[in-house]
Design a protein around this ligand. Structure first.
Ligand code: PEP
Length: 248
């Protein structure tokens, strides 16, 4: 049985006041059937950890360093994230791939660090519009996934969450249709099934890309969509909660 997960990627938004306001609201509306998870920017992880302590809302970081520690100015290690009470780490988001030239190899390296610390990697995969139009969606996402499937042990893979985020749908207001999203989710689950059927049956696949309260229910009812990774709408507690409600 896969538990529905509704995750909010706050990206580089917010301030102390916003964190307090948003989390206070989320904390009043916890639901047993849907798990919430938030990815605040690094500077607010500590504040969020204090507020979320004892709740069932998970706390994630938006990235981590590939290195354990040392002379890496500006980087944040998995050990530091663990120290702050982080449970999940977002890896390979398309904005990291685009603006920081993050590769599948680096994502794998980071995933190993995250897993070694007992945290959960949420790994993003997804095609650009050009790749979709060229009919290369399956090829792109399977390449992004295959590094993990080859580089991690079965035990490690059992902890991994995958987020399918078509790049053309992120922050654009364009959403994949439920069928388009289901097709890729089904393809990804089948790809994992070739490695191990039980793993494929238990792995969580989240959809991300302009998910909003008005399109969430139709996406989330698809058989291989186990939740959402939400950007813009996660910055508004009411919208984020409404997506959670749609997932119930
Ligand atoms: C994201 O950044 O992961 C995302 C899905 O953003 P949005 O919901 O704003 O498209």
């Amino acid at each position: 049985m896969r538990q529905t997960l509704v995750a909010g990627n706050w990206k580089m938004h917010g301030d102390k006041q916003m964190v307090t306001h948003l989390l206070k609201k989320l904390l009043t509306k916890q639901t047993p059937s849907v798990k919430f998870l938030v990815f605040p920017p690094y500077p607010y992880l500590s504040q969020a950890a204090e507020m979320l302590a004892g709740s069932n809302i998970g706390l994630g970081a938006q990235d981590c360093s590939h290195a354990a520690e040392g002379a890496y100015t500006g980087e944040v290690s998995v050990a530091m994230l663990t120290d702050l009470g982080v449970s999940h780490v977002l890896l390979g988001h398309s904005e990291r791939r685009q603006y920081h030239a993050e590769t599948n190899e680096q994502v794998l390296e980071k995933a190993k660090r995250v897993l070694a610390a007992g945290l959960i990697p949420v790994v993003c995969v997804g095609e650009t519009l050009e790749q979709r139009q060229a009919g290369a969606t399956d090829q792109v996402v399977s390449q992004q996934l295959s590094g993990l499937l080859q580089g991690l042990t079965l035990l490690q893979l059992q902890k991994v969450i995958v987020a399918y985020e078509p790049v053309w749908a992120i922050g654009t207001g364009l959403t994949a249709t439920p069928q388009q999203a289901q097709d890729v989710h089904g393809f990804l689950r089948n790809t994992v099934a070739k490695v191990n059927k039980n793993l494929a049956a238990s792995m969580l696949f989240l959809y991300g890309g302009s998910m909003k309260p008005d399109n969430a229910a139709s996406l989330l009812k698809m058989p291989d969509i186990d939740g959402g990774l939400i950007g813009g709408a996660s910055l508004d507690a009411d919208q984020f909660l409404a997506i959670g409600k749609a997932a119930e």
